[in-house]
Structure formats: structure tokens, C-alpha cells
Design a binder for this molecule. Structure first.
Ligand SMILES: Nc1nc2c(c(=O)[nH]1)N[C@H]1C(S)=C(S)[C@@H](COP(=O)(O)O)O[C@H]1N2
Ligand SMILES: [Mo]
Length: 500
């Protein structure tokens, strides 16, 4: 037998070698740092390089599945390349090995260039290149052995070993990355007060609104991280620098020694469409950001607090918002009585009332620099606004779009928010008729959402229900529809339903 005759065997060799390469990289990344995994480094680089309109389209199409779709797409592309690497190597392993090495070098370059990966970053991808090439050559040797039956056995053993090793390596890498320091987490948990009771009548969950307080599991999640950053709480430090009187470097213990504050805050995403789900409410525990800024001493001329997360994401919050005594703004380590879940920024994140999350809620926070607004943040570089106060909004939760309801009396219900001012009024109308005042839930504070309900009379037929809210400053939600880019959607939420 000269060369590998069967195309299927050649393709399989390519796929197995590439799988072994990725698994080796992922395993080593679990030891070094998770984001150095070649797969994740390439994925993150792809996200950063994707033009903003394409990204917006992906989010519109796939919503919260966008990252999963990207990972699956990458898997398909990589799989196809692996098959090609196998197919082009009929006589000797060289062409495929070169292709695999070239592809691996992409991972090396991507991980070396990533802001969220340290100096050891390229190591996992380099290891992946070596493992991929060695595995491919070994498979090729086995598959082209002079004596067919011995060759078949050798190929099966090599292939089986690589497959098992890849699965173990892949899972091992993820497990290693997740070995979060349980001890520090427990110590933190003891310092966070149990959540207080929710005031009676704060929601109308019985008629279709969300619960006033969102559980950590149900809290919406929006971030650019493909894999949740795993930050070691023991070595975690927060640097406070830039236009300050004196720089600070705070450990988690330093934060825990400071006066603690627990505040219920509704967090809202700028990319929430009118009627969308990207807003949730939790009781956050932490240190007032103001206290830390006062200690550092904000110098005249400082305009924004430029924050950076462990994964390299950046955001800019106006200094005056963080110094405002009437506005809760926390360096939060607790959420609903528990340490922050990893997905929501463990160990420490920002939470600020009244500003959309992308300018006020940096998760996995590691660095804040007092600067002017000249310094551009992650989302500003992608066309979003420098400042982004939350716009008054209301949403219909019941009826659902296109719901068929019994004609006659119908209880409509929904949610409204206008942090930090709060909601003063919600009105509802059917088919463009007169506005009717809805009943509002117990007001908890201007920093949280407020639910509404109203009895409607719905005659048989297709009906359009609309709502609009007015905040405590007297500003009423505008009917003018603008998109989420650059600083938040406006317009009235409108639901079509059928009464019969
Ligand atoms: N590190 C980091 N922090 C981040 C983001 C991010 O992508 N990375 N996204 C921001 C955005 S756009 C929003 S709306 C909030 C969402 O917080 P949540 O995921 O806990 O709901 O986090 C903010 N903090
Ligand atoms: Mo957001």
C-alpha cells in the first residue's frame, strides 16, 4: 500500500489530528488561563473584528444564542479545514501538516494579540500546533503501513487514543478553568446579608408581570465574553488610577473591610428593543463607588471613570454620576444574598442606577482610570454613544403578541422603568382610543422598575394594545421610534391580540 488510499480515512485523520490539537490547547489553557485556549482566542478575535452592522444583525437573528451560533460556525469551518488537510495528504503527511500548522499559527497570533490574555497566552496554541502535526503524521504513518493488517491495527489504536484523549483533554481544560477558589467564595458569602423581603404589592406576577426581584438564574445576561472569565478572588486587585490624588490598589479583603451598602437596582441594557427582555432587578451588595473615589481624590478635569474588565472589555461612566449622593452606584460583590455568579461578574462588578449597563455595569472589574471623555471605550469604538442615561420605557407583558383572549373584560399588565427618577404613571389604550390610567404596583424606589395592570374591555376582533409611561420628572415616553443604536430605543410598545 502506497499512500493513504481511502479518502474517508484521510479525512478522519485530519479531523482527529485537529481535535487533538484543540483539546491539547484547551487543556493547557485550563492551567495557564482560559481565554488563551486557541478556540476561544480565535473566537474572541473574530467577534472583535466583526463589523458592527453584522454583529447587530447576528444579535437580532440569534438573540442570546449569538455566541453559541458563532462557536458552532467556527466548529464547522475548523472541521472543514481538517477534512481538507486530510484529503490533500495522499502520498505523505506534509501538505496536511503544513495546513494544520498554519491554522494553529492563527491561534498563536490571536492569543498573543488579545488584551485579555497574558504573556503566556501563545503557549496553548503553540502546544496545539505541535500536537496537531505530530498526531497527523502518526496517523498517516499508521494508515500507510507496509503490512495492511498491522497498519489497520496501528491506525485504529492511534485514532482511538487520539479521540479519547481529545475528549478528556477538552473536558479537563474546562474543569481546570472552572476550579474557582471555593474557600474565598465561602468567606465572601458570609459577608453578604440575606436578601430582605420584597414589599407587598411590588409586582403583579399573578396577572403576567415578572416577579419584582429577578433570581440570579433568571437575570438577563449581556456581555462580549465567549467563555465566562474565571477570576481568582485571592489574587484579584482593583486598581484606581489616572486623574486622582493618590492611586489605590484594593484586594477583596480591602473592599470587605469598608462600609457596606445593599441596594435594589434595576439593570437595563441599551440593546433592549421596545418591549424587549433585557432588564432585571436584584438586590446588590457592595461598597459605594463614591467612597473609593473620595479616598483616591478625583482631580479637577476628570470626566469619566474608564473601567476595564478581566477580559479586556472597557466602559466609561461619568464621574458626576458616580459621585451623586442620590444615586446608588456600587462596587458590588453580592447579588441577591450570594457572591456574584461568575456570569454576572464575580468577584466584583459595577452597578449604577440610571445609566444603561454598557456605560455603568462593568463585570469582572479590575481597573478604573479617571480620564477625560477623549478616551474611547469598547462600545464607543463600535458606534454607541459616549453617555447613555436610561430612557423612560414601558412594556406590555400580557397579552402576549398575537395571543387569543376571551372577548370582554381582560386584565392587561406590564412593566415600566425610568431609573433613577422612577415611574409616576402608566397609561394604556386600545385601538388608538382614549388613554386609560393603569394601576401601579407599590413603588420600591426610583432605581427599580414598577409594574402596572389595567382592566380593559376588548370587543370581539383584532385589537391593538399600547402603553406609555411618565417618569417622576413629568417626562412622558415618546411615540417616536428610534433604534437601539446609538443610545437606546424609544417608541411605544404595541401588542396585537385577537379577542373572540
Ligand atoms: N466585562 C463586561 N462587563 C459588562 C459587559 C461586557 O460585555 N463585559 N456588558 C455590559 C452590558 S452591555 C450590560 S447591559 C450589563 C449586563 O449585566 P448582566 O449580564 O449582569 O445582566 O453588563 C455590562 N457589563
Ligand atoms: Mo447592555
Amino acid at each position: 500500500m502506497k499512500g493513504m488510499r481511502s479518502p474517508a480515512i484521510r479525512a478522519l485523520s485530519g479531523v482527529l489530528a485537529v481535535a487533538a490539537a484543540l483539546a491539547a490547547g484547551h487543556l493547557l489553557a485550563g492551567l495557564v488561563e482560559q481565554n488563551a485556549s486557541p478556540f476561544l482566542a480565535v473566537g474572541h478575535t473574530a467577534i472583535d473584528l466583526t463589523p458592527e452592522p453584522v454583529k447587530a444583525l447576528a444579535i437580532r437573528w440569534f438573540g442570546e444564542w449569538d455566541k453559541l451560533v458563532l462557536l458552532a460556525g467556527m466548529a464547522v469551518v475548523i472541521g472543514a479545514l481538517a477534512v481538507v488537510a486530510g484529503l490533500v495528504s495522499r502520498r505523505g503527511p506534509a501538505p496536511g501538516a503544513v495546513l494544520i500548522a498554519a491554522f494553529g499559527l492563527l491561534g498563536v497570533v490571536a492569543s498573543a494579540a488579545r488584551p485579555d490574555v497574558g504573556a503566556l497566552g501563545p503557549l496553548p496554541s503553540l502546544a496545539a500546533v505541535v500536537v496537531g502535526v505530530v498526531a497527523f503524521v502518526a496517523l498517516h504513518r499508521a494508515g500507510t503501513a507496509v503490512e495492511p493488517s498491522a497498519g489497520r491495527r496501528r491506525f485504529l489504536v492511534t485514532a482511538g487514543g487520539l479521540a479519547v484523549g481529545s475528549v478528556l483533554g477538552g473536558f479537563g481544560g474546562s474543569a481546570l478553568a472552572q476550579r474557582s477558589s471555593g474557600r474565598a467564595r465561602d468567606a465572601l458569602a458570609r459577608r453578604i446579608p440575606a436578601p430582605g423581603p420584597v414589599p407587598g404589592g411590588a409586582d403583579f406576577a399573578g396577572v403576567g408581570t415578572p416577579a419584582f426581584r429577578t433570581s440570579n438564574a433568571d437575570f438577563y445576561r449581556v456581555d462580549t465574553a465567549l467563555a465566562v472569565p474565571r477570576v481568582d478572588p485571592d489574587s484579584w486587585r482593583l486598581r484606581v488610577r489616572g486623574m486622582v490624588g493618590r492611586e489605590l490598589e484594593l484586594s477583596l479583603d480591602d473592599l470587605l473591610r469598608r462600609p457596606q451598602e445593599t441596594r435594589t437596582i434595576t439593570v437595563t441594557c441599551v440593546s433592549n428593543e421596545v418591549g424587549g427582555p433585557y432588564t432585571s432587578t436584584a438586590e446588590f451588595t457592595g461598597v459605594p463607588f463614591r467612597d473609593v473615589l473620595r479616598e483616591a481624590g478625583v482631580r479637577a478635569g476628570a470626566e469619566q471613570v474608564f473601567s476595564t474588565s478581566a477580559d479586556g472589555y472597557t466602559a466609561g461612566t461619568p464621574v458626576e454620576a458616580l459621585l451623586d449622593p442620590d444615586r446608588p452606584a456600587l462596587l458590588a460583590y453580592g447579588m441577591n444574598g450570594e457572591p456574584l455568579p461568575a456570569e454576572h461578574g464575580f468577584p466584583v462588578r459595577m452597578v449604577t442606577s440610571g445609566l444603561y449597563g454598557y456605560v455603568s455595569a462593568t463585570k469582572w472589574l479590575v481597573d478604573v482610570e479617571l480620564t477625560t471623555f477623549d478616551r474611547e471605550t469598547y462600545w464607543e469604538q463600535r458606534g454607541w454613544a459616549e453617555r447613555a442615561p436610561i430612557k423612560v420605557q414601558s412594556r406590555i407583558d400580557r397579552p402576549k403578541p398575537f395571543e387569543k383572549v376571551a372577548a370582554g373584560r381582560f386584565t392587561a399588565a406590564g412593566t415600566a422603568w425610568a431609573q433613577p427618577h422612577g415611574i409616576a404613571r402608566v397609561e394604556v389604550r386600545v385601538d388608538g382610543g382614549p388613554w386609560r390610567d393603569a394601576q401601579l404596583s407599590t413603588e420600591v424606589s426610583g432605581h427599580t422598575w414598577r409594574m402596572w395592570r389595567v382592566e380593559l374591555d376588548l370587543p370581539t376582533g383584532g385589537r391593538t394594545v399600547e402603553c406609555r409611561a411618565t417618569d417622576r420628572n413629568g417626562a412622558t415616553q415618546t411615540p417616536q421610534r428610534v433604534p437601539t443604536v446609538p443610545d437606546g430605543a424609544t417608541g411605544w410598545h404595541s401588542i396585537f391580540c385577537t379577542a373572540r
